[in-house]
Design a protein around this ligand. Structure first.
Ligand code: SAM
Length: 262
């Protein structure tokens, strides 16, 4: 790490295992001309092999010390550094200047302390994205990809599966990092669903229904959705008011929201 003291508040666990770095880069499969942005480049473990293959990439980094190091190491024509908080970053600005391939690609070994809000922030840019590859806490990845009926299936699964096809590619042990995190990690691939698949007429309402249904996940829908929808219209949609949120498919939540919007 050559002098940098990892900052816990920025979720700094740096990748050091070369075999893992190679495997992540192979999964991303960067090609010259891709428009790619890395969130949290840190000391450049992924940035360097990505820059080599792409010719140029953008990065968003919050830590000024790390930014100073990146500026020393990479030429500006190779690396455009955006200094600031990825949670507030306007990714649409990067998609606008698209490269030869359509769609922005987003990658990162994400700071785990902000991973959920960051995923929600990025989800709003889904129509502009080609794909995203992230290292996350394994437990979060399990929740993202969980199917209905699975104990990990919840609000995060529904809200992200609504917009993305997601696949857990492989797990990464804690020893691959310095300092080693206390949790296991995994790599997830997220590919936006076609626009036609985004079927909620009112997305804020859809989000409200999902949040209410999972607010008390052991309770039946007739209770958790009370005040939003009655038992009779639920039955007309073919959804049992006695079911629990975790039994519903993403499309069921969309149908409930669209019934309310109509
Ligand atoms: N990519 C490097 C690697 O794989 O070794 C570093 C990964 S480290 C887990 C997370 C990185 O995200 C750090 O460089 C940290 O400073 C940066 N970071 C943390 N919070 C951030 C934020 N809100 N916006 C942008 N970068 C952030």
């Amino acid at each position: 790490m050559k002098g940098h003291i990892p900052r816990k508040r920025f979720g700094q666990n740096f990748l050091v295992a070369q075999a893992v770095i190679d495997r992540i880069v192979a999964a991303i499969a960067p090609r010259a001309g891709d428009r790619l942005v890395e969130i949290g480049p840190g000391l450049g473990a992924l940035t360097a092999p990505l820059a080599e293959r792409l010719g140029h990439l953008d990065v968003v980094e919050i830590d000024r010390d790390l930014i100073a190091r990146l500026r020393q190491r990479f030429l500006p024509e190779r690396l455009t550094i955006h200094e600031g908080d990825a949670l507030k970053f306007d990714f649409a600005g990067l998609a606008a200047g698209a490269g030869s391939q359509p769609g922005l690609r987003v990658v990162g070994n994400l700071p785990y302390n902000i991973s959920t809000p960051l995923l929600f922030h990025l989800a709003q840019y889904a129509p502009l994205l080609r794909d995203m590859h992230f290292m996350l806490q394994r437990e979060v990845v399990m929740r993202m990809v969980a199917p209905p009926g699975n104990g990990d299936y919840g609000r995060l699964s529904v809200m992200l599966q609504y917009r993305f096809e997601m696949e857990r590619l492989f797990d990464v042990p804690a020893e691959a990092f310095d300092p080693a995190p206390k949790v296991d990690s995994a790599i997830v691939r997220m590919i936006p669903r076609p626009a036609a698949a985004l079927a909620a007429a009112d997305e804020a309402l859809f989000a409200r229904v999902v949040a209410a249904a999972f607010g008390q996940r052991r309770k039946m829908l007739r209770n958790t959705l009370r005040g939003l929808i009655d038992a009779a219209p639920l039955e007309r949609l073919g959804i049992s008011p006695g079911a629990r949120a975790e039994e519903l498919a993403v499309a069921d939540f969309v149908r409930i929201a669209n019934c309310l919007a109509a």
